[in-house]
Ligand binder design. Structure first.
Ligand code: NAD
Length: 252
């Protein structure tokens, strides 16, 4: 048996690919040979430039995943562009910070809608196409350390990411025998917009850094290898895991 991480000829949807971890993941999948469908609210010029540098095709879909409205359009545009969707990376996500005692319904719903509800229904729509042609595929959810831990001042984020770990396991159980691998990656503390407030708080920032065995925050490129691995044939017998990429945080 040949072990391969090659994604040549595959088409991957990556949500929230205009910045941060989504941009890093899209770039890594492109480097491994996949054509990229980048989904998000904002322009994708930088992501497109990085992906095309590896000679792959690139298509962007303007979509706001705070509602289910764009789901069918994303899947049909991706299928038209790539022939079929082989890989889905559910990366788009938001965070709202406030004490639990004062947390608003708005901050609850906004986070749950993007991080959990749209992720589920986009996975469902993509899986329907994968099941229809019986060629299988890979679904990768971007979870969090808050899939394992409680955190503070981020109740809807923790609920959404803990829920996403459970959803990953449920979908893996339903679809594993049908050739779809559903797994998650749990990034540790990475340098992106998502963690800007933490990094700007000197006390929290040094507390976090002091707990990371690797001795540094993650950079978006640090996540690419895990995404390529889970998207590749090398992971064909891996179902329902939440893979930490955290500089050793959870080992502490
Ligand atoms: P980021 O803010 O740079 O990226 C978030 C992405 O999601 C952006 O591309 C944004 O446009 C997109 N997005 C947000 N709301 C959207 C919507 N309504 N419709 C479409 N796209 C939307 O932050 P990031 O750190 O790169 O976050 C990416 C993912 O990684 C998120 O799911 C986040 O929860 C997760 N994560 C990040 C860290 C970290 O340390 N940075 C740690 C664990 C998990």
């Amino acid at each position: 048996m040949t072990i391969t991480f090659d994604l040549t000829g595959k088409t991957a949807i990556v949500t929230g690919a205009n910045t941060g971890l989504g941009q890093g993941i899209a770039t890594a999948l492109a480097q491994a040979g996949a054509s990229i469908v980048a989904v998000g609210r904002s322009p994708m010029e930088e992501t497109e430039r990085r992906c095309r540098a590896f000679g792959v095709d690139f298509h962007s879909v303007q979509a706001d995943l705070s509602t289910l409205e764009p789901i069918e359009r994303i899947v049909s545009e991706a299928a038209e562009f790539g022939g079929r969707v082989d890989i889905l990376v559910n990366n788009a996500g938001i965070i709202r910070r406030a004490d639990a005692i004062a947390f608003t319904e708005r901050d609850w719903d906004d986070v749950m809608n993007v991080n959990l509800k749209s992720t589920f229904f986009l996975s469902q729509a993509v899986a329907r196409t994968m099941l229809a042609d019986e060629a299988g595929g890979k679904i990768i959810n971007i979870a969090s350390l808050l899939s394992f831990q409680g955190g503070i001042r981020i109740p809807s984020y923790t609920a959404s990411k803990s829920g996403l770990a459970g959803l990953t396991r449920l979908l893996a159980c339903e679809w594993a025998a049908k050739g779809i691998n559903v797994n998650a990656i749990a990034p540790g503390y990475f340098v992106t917009n998502n963690t800007e407030a933490l990094r700007n708080d000197p006390k929290r920032s040094s507390e976090i850094l002091g707990r990371i065995p690797a001795g540094r925050w993650g950079e978006p490129d640090d996540l690419g290898g895990a995404a390529v691995f889970l998207a590749s044939p090398a992971a064909n017998y891996i179902h329902g895991i939440v893979l930490p990429v955290d500089g050793g945080w959870l080992a502490r």
